[in-house]
Design a protein around this ligand. Sequence first.
Ligand code: M6R
Length: 608
Amino acid sequence: MCGIVGYTGKREASGILVEGLAKLEYRGYDSAGIAVIDNNKINVSKVKGRLANLEAQLSESPIQGVVGIGHTRWATHGAPSVTNSHPHTNENGTIAVVHNGIIENYLELREWLKEKGYNFVSETDTEVVPHLVDYFYNGNLLEAAMKAVEKLEGSYALGIVNVNEPDKIVAVRKDSPLIVGLKDGENFIASDIPAVLNETRQVYLLEDNQFVVLTASSVDIYSADGQKIEKEVYHVTWNADAAEKGGYDHFMLKEIHEQPKVIKDTMTSRIMLGEEIKLDKITLTKEQIDNIDKVYIVACGTAYHAGIVGKYVIEKLARIPVEVDIASEFRYRDPIINEKTLMIVVSQSGETADTLAALRLGKSKNARVIAVTNVVGSTVSREADDILYTWAGPEIAVASTKAYTTQLIAMYIIALFLAKNKETVSDSQIEEIKEAMIGLPSLVEDALNHKDNIKKFAKEFAKETDMFFLGRGLDYAVAMEGSLKLKEISYIHSEAYAAGELKHGPIALIEDGTVVIALATQEDLFDKMVSNIKEVKTRGAHVAALALEGNQTIEKTVDAVLYLPKVMPLLAPVVSVVPLQLLSYYMSIEKGCDVDKPRNLAKSVTVE
Ligand code: M6R
């Protein structure tokens, strides 16, 4: 996700800003820029691509000054480009802003500002901020920033500079990280501690809704109502490598823990109670939707598993037949595609060769194609007709976790959007599902609390060579993802089966001590699932179950059970996958595997 830095002191700012940004590269980015105040002017230098491009541009056209802000951008609103990259300025270039997060109500604010005569040059949500600060500026940058922030909904860490107060940076955070680095005669802001570790180990960890005003010689912190706050200085004792993983041992664990936030981000500004679903990059009309007679969801690996959940929910809610295909199979089986076909291609990277080939096949046969992808400007996003971005932020671990749960959210959103247009579900049912979706981040947070039990389980069973994951309905879809995660990072062979199918063959593999993970979150299938569990128990399996709170009767049938918070069954995959991700993680740790970079695997598979 985006990275922010800021410097105020006596040295030239540009090099310090670029150095700080380099320490935030691990967050992922596709463009970068800095703004430095010099002689009543803000000089801005921005590039698309890597920091090396920015360094090259700065060495050709250096910018001077001792106060500045910098940014690495991970595109969300608008493709990676110089225009969309930060810092953004007001029209006369006297105010510059860097932003990390998502301004949910930016469209509304854009319209409001346009009515007041402001013009916009980028597609970003961020650009409303310098205009808002400009609108409220009356000689005091802090006051203007406070008034501007009052208008913002969403998440933000902001760094703001103004030529009229050239020694100052004003910064604020809400739901996006921001720290202040303290040094004698110079001070810093940054999204994360590594950006300042070369300079200082003394930092303030800002909390939500706290503002900070920095000059070279002072740092003042304020609450949103303008009261000065005293904060304790935090002394950093750990090294930069640990900090890049946010204190977690691996990126995978960090990404698992980011899920409550990124699930919320992916719903942000799209799913709001009492309002229409807003999908600004999907332009399908009601007439076109009524014309669809078939949906193909095409993807690979984890994204394919998200597609299986998509099939279930789209068929259930929108009553359109859906087929889910592994992309590498799809194009070789001569699928029936025409102008009545809607294709949904799902790809975290947006660059997977097989998925791209399937997309191109669909387009060549006049299908309408929606891309669900995490990477703005990726090939898949450029070639599809419509796009629904997952806002998971960069996923660094090879094993996909937060991309999967945000892909699930995308599936629910598309299903609701189609259902609303086809009028297959009542408005009150749609509201009920939306309300349950809004509650998902906190349920995922609860599911993350089971780490200790899962660790114990992993310790006990890490020597297993085979495991089974069983489920019915949506639980089967999640079982497949759990099984893939386990194989991928712990190298334990595992199989996922539809629990009812077991007795048609695979049950022959169950013997004394075979480990079976049984998912039983689907209330209407609960009794049937318990019967299937009994079938394997009778043959000696060791069964650990996942069930929802309130279904304690399962304890009579299984060896261990982990309870998940009550969740609408349709949405259960978002919660039930979390313990399975943790299970594969801790199994991998027990076995001493390379969690983030499992053998033989690449993050983005760009060959067929
Ligand atoms: O970037 P994509 O979503 O298109 O990638 C698809 C698969 O390669 C990917 O999900 C893979 O299965 C992951 N390693 C799973 O953790």
